[in-house]
Design a binder for this molecule. Structure first.
Ligand code: PLP
Length: 469
């Protein structure tokens, strides 16, 4: 209780004046919103606000705080804490396979398959013909054979796991030769040398950063060599005076010496992106046809499916990977199998797949359509933000996810001039749903390539609310 006769109580007195938890819980201003709500979450919200009040009082930032004011702050905190931690966001960056934003959105068919399988039981590891135990590691094998031309294949948790498993199972304790130009790091945590070390295979670097010839591989080959590994440089490109060994040559040389030719394709597209006017990316089928014994690639990059790492290749090698103890540790879950099967099945229809899989549809989105949508959005925003603040710009989208690193995709951007771009972007991120935009020289840039048409009204409302400078 507040000491009487002291007009300006010091911090100590004000700290003592803060109500205790049990008093707050019984206070009508708290009960008004907390009744019937989960007690642990109510307490956490109150706790956090009490803690914050104490901090502010000690820092001299807070005068006396009524229980009503505390209750109101706790109510807002409670609402924020009640929202799921993992939430949908609007990706207005134009980066299609944005790793931080969950990479490839799933197709309707994949979503339906997940819901169907996850709601009840499934034959995940049950052979319906024999009634005996089956293997989850063979569920998408037929589809992978059909689509890639490989003898066999299966999927694990992600491509990093696929590479680790392949190296462990096929080259553990022996040497694997990799070009120095392909010793890549992806997303800060996947580094070929580190993965190699984990697998127990010994990395032998050959060639130089910009040039590696077949002779470099041959000279480094010895009795301990198990495989040549080719890694797709994914998120960077060496330009200028460069040379690398074509897969056909590398595979032929490996086979002559009884060695394996392994390929980490990274993104691993099943379709020719050349038809979009983009540089040709080696497809999985091409890598298999070129003689690779085993190819690994991601499920959620250009393939457009769920997070997964796919291994395809020679039957005997795939079987060794399946049987390796690590395969159990990196196995995929039934929801992933469902989504992956539906995603792969879409590739059976080579024309429809460009519409069915969102990632491919976004890649293929015509510039004219992007321009029309951007124009409409810009016009709708003008009355709210002022004509002079809104501009239509030609720009570039990106595939992202370490795919097509140098390939700009022409797009149209809505550019919004703001006084404090950082603050405006933070405000958009704090919205519901959060909106993620690009920042550039005092402007927010909105790229509709990665925004679904159904999201446009919400996006428009969020952008219209940007405060005037
Ligand atoms: C992205 C990538 C990986 C990692 O794949 P994840 O599915 O993210 O684990 C490995 N190798 C290459 C070449 C890549 O591009």
């Amino acid at each position: 209780m507040r000491s009487t006769g002291d007009p300006t109580p010091g911090p100590e007195a004000r700290l003592r004046d803060l109500p205790a938890m049990h008093q707050l819980l019984a206070h009508p201003a708290v009960r008004a919103w907390a009744e019937g709500e989960p007690p642990s979450l109510v307490k956490r919200a109150l706790d956090l606000e009490l803690e914050e009040a104490r901090r502010r009082i000690r820092a001299g930032e807070e005068a006396a705080l009524s229980p009503e004011a505390l209750a109101e702050r706790a109510r807002r905190r409670f609402l924020a804490l009640s929202r799921p931690v993992l939430r949908p966001v609007i990706n207005a960056t134009g980066v299609i396979l944005h790793t931080n934003l969950g990479r490839a959105p799933l197709s309707e068919a994949a979503l339906a398959a997940v819901a169907e399988v996850a709601r009840g039981y499934s034959n995940l590891e049950f052979d319906l013909e024999s009634g005996r135990r089956g293997s989850r590691h063979t569920l998408v094998s037929d589809l992978l054979r059909e689509l890639t031309g490989a003898e066999d294949g299966f999927a694990v948790n992600n491509n990093a796991a696929a590479v680790l498993l392949a190296l462990s199972a096929l080259a553990g304790g022996r040497e694997v030769l990799v070009s120095r130009g392909e010793l890549i790091e992806i997303g800060g945590s996947f580094r070929i040398p580190d993965v190699m070390e984990q697998s127990g295979a010994r990395l032998v670097e050959v060639g130089t950063t910009n040039r590696t010839r077949l002779g470099d591989f041959l000279r480094a080959t010895g009795p301990e060599t198990a495989a040549y590994l080719k890694v797709h440089p994914s998120n960077y490109r060496i330009v200028g005076f460069t040379q690398s060994v074509p897969l056909e040559e590398l595979a032929a040389a490996a086979h002559e010496r009884g060695l394996l030719a392994l390929v980490d394709l990274g993104s691993g597209s099943l379709v020719d992106l050349g038809r979009l006017g983009l540089a040709h990316e080696p497809t999985v089928q091409e890598a298999v046809a070129a003689g690779a014994d085993l190819v690994t690639f991601s499920g959620d990059k250009l393939l457009g499916g769920p997070q997964a790492g796919i291994l395809v290749g020679r039957r005997e090698l795939i079987e060794r990977c399946r049987r390796h103890p690590l395969a159990r540790a990196v196995r995929i879950d039934k929801m992933t199998v469902a989504a992956l099967e539906a995603t792969l099945a879409a590739y059976r229809r080579p024309e429809e797949v460009w519409r069915e899989l969102p990632a491919l549809a976004m890649l293929a989105r015509p510039e004219e359509e992007l321009r029309r949508r951007a124009e409409r959005l810009a016009r709708a925003l003008e009355p709210h933000l002022g004509r002079e603040r809104v501009q239509l710009l030609r720009g570039e989208s990106r595939a992202g996810g370490g795919s097509l690193p140098e390939e700009p995709l022409p797009t149209w951007l809505v550019a919004i001039r703001v006084e404090e771009p950082q603050a405006a972007a933070a405000r958009l991120r704090a919205g519901d749903p959060p909106v993620i935009v690009r920042l550039q020289e005092g402007r927010l840039l909105v790229d509709l390539r990665t925004v679904r048409e159904a999201e446009e009204p919400v996006l428009e409302a969020a952008l219209a609310g940007i405060p005037a400078p």
